[in-house]
Design a protein around this ligand. Sequence first.
Ligand code: ZN
Length: 407
Amino acid sequence: MSKKGSSRVQPPVSSGFSMHRRAFLKTALGALVLGPALLNCGETITEPRQFNMSVEGYKGLAELPFVELTADGKLKFTDTDLPLATDFHCHLAFAVGQSPDVDFQQKTDKVGYIMDCDGAKDPACTFNMDDYINKIATPKMLDHVDEEIARSGLTGGVDAKTHTIPNLIEERELARVGRSVLLPIAVNIGFGRDDMVQQWKDGLEKSGKKDSFVLFGSVHPEPKEVHYQGKTAIDLLRDLHQQGFRGIKFHPTIQSVAPNNPKAMELFEECQKLGMAVFFHSGRAGIEAGNNGDYAKMENYKEPLSKFKDMQFIFGHAGARDHAEALALAKQHDNVWLETHGQGVTSLRTIAKEFDQSRILFGTDWPWYPLVATMAKVRIAFDGNPPLLRKVFAENADRLLKMINAA
Ligand SMILES: [Zn+2]
């Protein structure tokens, strides 16, 4: 282990797990398994100091000069020069299909991250900040992901019991995150429950803390009778709008539907009419079940972007492992925002050099990963560029949320 301030840079860890073995989830769980555009572009940004990009587990992040471990072993982000961040990509517990209720008000000692880089012992997990984030996963970590996803549709998730509002709020306080955009998903699983939006809405109401959250909705373009009793996707979207929702999450991989599917296009057309934003999971993450990742290929986003110019689209994960294509596409449209969760330090810097810096968003994908994991990467990528850090952590999200609320 190196000491704080070390300039040792290690080569990236390579991934390389097989994907076909994950196909069982598909059978077990069906669909669940998972202005001027050139303004600010081409800006030069200051080179960061040298940081050690590769640490042992998430806890190794405490080697960084702006991260500490608390007495009870929790990660704390200590750069108090920055404003509190808005996390534009956050979730609570998933409980769908036959899963029982989760108590969203429960406080537990620890959070069970779905990708647990500290829990992996054999082999140990190296957290490389320059890689796409899920490349940290060992085979055992991926088995754990599969099991947790399956449980969250069947007997109830184990980690899920810790993906609660008080746990998130405690972690936000340590990580200097002040607000979270919560992204539920209508999984349209075909049995049992598909009421994630309502569960999270109720949880926020009961918590008394809903002012520091923005809850998006979610609608499947072809809602199943068993869940929605004959309502169309357009009916469901209008219901959400009437309840005050101003955006939806669209997840091609989990929902098993491409963004250029004609029914999805109808849904986006209605979003545009209602002034609602669409947060896409964008690009292939590389760990999808079977061929489900193909729904999220970047070419499938071209049609909605070229047709709907008067609404705000957010590319979640900035294209994931297809980030080069996502960036090229985003550069052609001034209504696209890049939410950068998962991207490595070099990729984050490429985005800041080539894309409008006022449309880059910070997101964490909690509770898949700890909040500080992404705080650290962004802080390193834009080290020495305080105005850019303020934009990415806070100002850009403020501007987007104001636009969405005013629409
Ligand atoms: Zn996510």
